[in-house]
Design a protein around this ligand. Structure first.
Ligand code: HEM
Length: 211
């Protein structure tokens, strides 16, 4: 299918002929992911505080679980939700070609133009069905950071059983640093992402209603 044809069939329309910007499966997996990811991050900060790898700790008020044991229970419970939900979102994105249609192509020219427009507050938001180049890069990037966070997490959870995976990262300590850095990238994304969603409330509404 050519790029022009694929744009012509996306976004789809609902029974009443209205544009569907985010199909139901994307909306449900997005919000389940948001809850699971925030649970993983805040319980992860509590786990980190028990044995910091850098010379700082996260404020207790921002952590979940109360103590190391409680945080581990939250972290492992949310892990299954995050992985199952993530596989559903990724599977749908690949099989329906949604990723290809919505997140591709990303060009240097598009990035420079959209970034300079964004910094001057001149980005157009009239058509919410198409992502600009900066959004494509950020969404593609956070999906990869999420996959990296899960893989490095598995490597430090079961370093003996999954020693091949741990070896891919180098060793246990390196996998732990990769896990921390991917969490940091996701947290930085989240701060910008939530701010943007509040600045353009129509995009937030579309992530609930689909239209
Ligand atoms: C609770 C906080 C969150 C809010 C308010 C929020 C809001 C939104 C909104 C409004 C959109 C649609 C953007 C648009 O159409 O212009 C969106 C899309 C997206 N968000 Fe979030 N989000 C949140 C959490 C997250 C988290 C935790 C992640 C991943 C770590 C994430 C990843 C994404 C991705 C990848 C998309 C594109 C989805 C697609 O089209 O397939 N979001 N979000």
């Amino acid at each position: 299918m050519s790029l022009a044809t694929s744009y012509a069939v996306d976004p789809k329309r609902d029974g009443a002929g209205r544009k569907v910007i985010h199909p139901l499966v994307v909306r449900v997996t997005h919000w389940v992911n948001a809850v699971a990811m925030i649970t993983m991050i805040t319980s992860g900060w509590q786990i980190y505080n028990a044995s910091p790898i850098f010379p700082f700790r996260f404020p207790d008020a921002l952590t979940l679980g109360g103590w190391l044991g409680g945080a581990i229970q939250w972290h492992f419970a949310a892990m299954w939700v995050l992985m199952g939900n993530g596989l559903l979102y990724l599977g749908y994105g690949v099989l329906s070609r949604r990723f290809y249609r919505k997140l591709w192509p990303i060009t240097w020219r598009g990035l420079i133009i959209d970034l300079s427009d964004a910094l001057r507050g001149r980005l157009a938001h009239a058509d919410l069905s198409k992502y600009n180049a900066v959004q494509k890069l950020l969404y593609g990037g956070v999906i990869l950071a999420g996959i990296l966070a899960v893989l490095s997490g598995l490597a430090i959870w079961k370093p003996v059983q999954l020693q091949v995976l741990t070896a891919v990262f180098g060793d246990f300590d390196t996998a732990r640093i990769v896990h921390f850095l991917s969490m940091s990238a996701i947290t930085a994304f989240l701060l910008v992402h939530v701010a943007m969603a509040l600045i353009v409330p129509a995009s937030l509404l579309a992530m609930f209603r689909g239209r």
